[in-house]
Design a protein around this ligand. Structure first.
Ligand code: F6P
Length: 322
């Protein structure tokens, strides 16, 4: 039997820890006696032929780096039936008989389509948002939360010095997980997430006033990107409470930086598992974390899973921040 040839790509928004996952895929494949190829710029690289054979040293010195050494892209051309066929044909031309796709839900849909076109794919969840329902944890999420926490701790020092309210926007378009956890970690007086409808008077103004009445003089409000409007929120807080307020949008600073231990280790375990699946002839699966275990699901099942917001954690954030 000929040597199995597999490839790896990163797609969609980059996330710290993607490099650790790429390294794990490359080194596991070599340990299992497979040939391994790196595809640059996500699915686009299959269309433009940016595919290179990788060796042990191709992934030296990247485990500690944010971003993705394979580069990433969102590819409109790939997202057409013709694009998928072209990508599958490229894999066949190169003799690639399996692809590990590291990315979010959109990248998993791409992996499902490529599997449908005859190239077995395995998805590995990589995105800072933690918005993939099939897994408890996505690669990059832990680092992003730690970065947001550190940045808000800094904002807090200036906020405290001036008796101000700081309203900080963290990333998360549809998912409030970064906001909720960093809100708890920085002791935000209020945390606004897209999953929970809020009443501005009750959930922001009244909470600030009640804490002010017990002697609190500076305040942090954490707002998920999906809620947005931090400048407007500042103006409304000033008008309702008389407390000078400032808005900060953390933005892409949360996407970079050296990955945490947790992100590096989970990325390594997930990358390893993905290659085990291809070695065992599996296809159309996504790797996931359930509790502390690494598991896998059929991609279609994974994409259909409903997202569960942690209501209890939200309640804890409300009860502790006063
Ligand atoms: O999905 C990750 C994420 O960082 C989101 O939190 C954010 O809304 C989006 O990507 C930003 O995308 P882009 O880098 O394309 O502007």
């Amino acid at each position: 039997m000929s040597t199995k040839k597999i490839a790896v790509l990163t797609s969609g928004g980059d996330a710290p820890g993607m490099n650790a996952a790429v390294r794990a895929v490359v080194r596991t494949a070599i340990s299992f006696g497979m040939e391994i190829y790196g595809i640059r710029h996500g699915y686009n690289g299959l269309l433009t032929g940016e595919v290179e054979k990788m060796g042990l040293r191709s992934v030296s010195n990247i485990i500690q780096r944010g971003g993705t050494s394979l580069l990433s892209a969102r590819s409109p051309e790939y997202n057409t039936p013709e694009g998928v066929k072209k990508a599958a044909d490229k894999c066949r031309e190169l003799g690639i008989d399996g692809v590990v796709v590291i990315g979010g839900d959109g990248s998993f849909r791409g992996a499902r389509d490529l599997t449908g076109a005859g190239i077995p794919c395995i998805g590995v969840p990589g995105t800072i948002d933690n918005d993939i329902s099939s897994t408890d944890f996505t690669i990059g999420y832990d680092t992003a939360m730690n970065t947001a926490m550190e940045m808000i701790d800094r904002v807090r020092e200036t906020s405290e010095s001036h008796d101000r309210c700081s309203v900080v926007e963290v990333m998360g378009r549809h998912c409030g997980d970064i906001a909720l956890n960093t809100g708890i970690a920085v002791g935000a007086i209020s945390t606004l997430v897209p999953e929970v409808p809020f009443d501005f008077e009750k959930d922001v103004v009244d909470r600030i006033k009640e804490a002010q009445a017990t002697g609190k003089q500076h305040f942090i409000v954490v707002v998920a990107e999906g809620v947005g409007g931090v400048n407007e929120i500042c103006k409304k807080i000033e008008a309702a409470t008389g407390i000078e307020s400032r808005a900060t949008v953390l933005g892409h600073v949360q996407r970079g930086g050296s990955p945490t231990v947790r992100d590096r280790v989970i990325a390594s375990r997930m990358g390893y598992h993905a290659v085990e699946l291809l070695r065992d002839g599996k296809s159309n699966r996504v790797v996931a974390m359930k509790g502390e275990d690494i598991v896998d699901y059929d991609i279609n099942e994974a994409l259909a899973m409903p997202r569960v917001f942690d209501e209890k954690l939200y309640q804890i954030s409300m009860d502790l921040s006063r």
